[in-house]
Design a protein around this ligand. Structure first.
Ligand code: KG4
Ligand code: ZN
Length: 337
């Protein structure tokens, strides 16, 4: 292998069109994100058809910019990595078709990347010496899992949500209190002005020893609270609602991941996904892990939500461990961990 090994990575699974260039699995040379948040904001959530159209429009300019920012050309690229699931199918297809086209035109090998492995790999960029096996709490808009990463490409799922993902709960609750989209960062900010103990929302732990989650009940709890206050003619303190909701979900996430670490005798806990950007979750995990003697790994804020740098890292390790995919790779809305 030559001195540098450059991966061009593409991510288009939801509402960000992103491309990045990495040297090896951990050094980011460029990381370009074209966010569609302002476009979808008007609709209160991601509109899949609109997302696909914008990916189509943005994909080539975003890739060009990633190459330019890295100061490299196609002749320097050794590998193309692309998210091929899970996500919105129409959005994924744009990234996968572009990656196949680039691979076919240049002869550069191609690998399809599971978006969730990408999230986990954001930590490999933040922590250059972090290596599997490790325990990971994955918290995003579509997933809530506790997994044991056995290698860079294989994991054992210890638990997952039985209904809503935690990010989805944040987004739904934000809608109930009219905060708009994307709900997670808005609740995070508003909760700082509220009292987390003013309103108690039920914590759902499920069976003892289970590492599964359930977040659909809390969304209904918030909805019922808001409706009953409105019917009683009382003003709603949305900051207290946000803080109370957040406290309830964070408490469960922290308790279950620390429990999993203790049960498995793990001395390290890695966190990944969009909700890993949440300030209260980061604070509570830091405090609890310190108390329990667990070393905590949190991805840098900019790598928590969707980006292509994390996909580049996952692509590199998949290529090293399993070799390239062929041009018949497809996009999958559902792709298991
Ligand atoms: O990982 P991600 O970018 O996309 C998926 O793969 O789903 O996660 C997006 C989710 C959204 O539900 C968003 O509301 C949530 O992450 N999120 C947050 C924060 N930033 C993003 N949730 C809570 N607090 C935040 N600061
Ligand atoms: Zn994601």
């Amino acid at each position: 292998m030559k001195e540098r090994f450059l991966t061009l990575a593409i991510e288009s699974s939801c509402d960000e069109t992103a491309a990045a260039v990495l040297d090896g699995g951990r050094q980011v040379l460029s990381n370009v994100i074209s966010s569609q948040i302002p476009i979808h904001e008007a609709y209160g959530g991601v509109v899949p058809e609109i997302a696909s159209r914008h990916h189509l429009k943005n994909i080539n300019p975003v890739v060009d910019k990633a190459l330019k920012d890295a100061g490299v050309g196609w002749k320097d690229i050794d590998l193309i990595g692309v998210t091929n699931g899970p996500g919105l199918i129409g959005a994924l297809v744009i990234g996968v078709a572009a990656a196949k086209g680039y691979s076919l035109a240049t002869g550069i090998p191609l690998v399809g990347v599971n978006h969730m492995y990408g999230h986990v790999c954001s930590n490999l960029i933040t922590y250059p010496h972090l290596e599997p096996p490790f325990l990971c709490l994955v918290v995003s808009g579509g997933h809530t899992n506790i997994v044991e990463m056995e290698s860079y490409t294989k994991c054992k799922v210890l638990g997952g949500t039985r209904d809503d993902a935690v990010g989805e709960a944040y987004d739904k609750v934000a809608r109930v209190i009219d905060l708009g989209y994307p709900g997670g960062p808005k609740i995070d900010k508003l909760a700082k002005e509220g009292n987390p103990e003013a309103i108690h929302f039920k914590r759902v732990y499920l069976e003892k020893d289970s590492f599964d989650f359930s977040f659909s009940g809390i969304k209904t709890g918030v909805l019922n609270y808001v409706n009953s206050e409105k019917q009683g003619g009382r003003a709603i303190n949305t900051a207290d609602v946000a803080a109370g909701f957040q406290e309830a979900v964070v408490e469960v996430l922290v308790a279950k991941s620390v429990e999993a670490a203790k049960a498995l005798g793990e001395k390290r806990l890695v966190v990944a996904g969009g909700v890993a950007a949440n300030s209260r979750l980061r604070e509570a995990l830091t405090r609890e892990c310190e108390k329990e003697g667990i070393k905590l790994y949190l991805p840098e804020i900019g790598l928590c939500t969707d980006n292509a740098a994390m996909i580049g890292s996952a692509a590199y390790y998949k290529y090293i461990e399993e070799g390239p995919d062929d041009l018949l790779i497809d996009a999958y809305a559902d792709l298991p961990f």
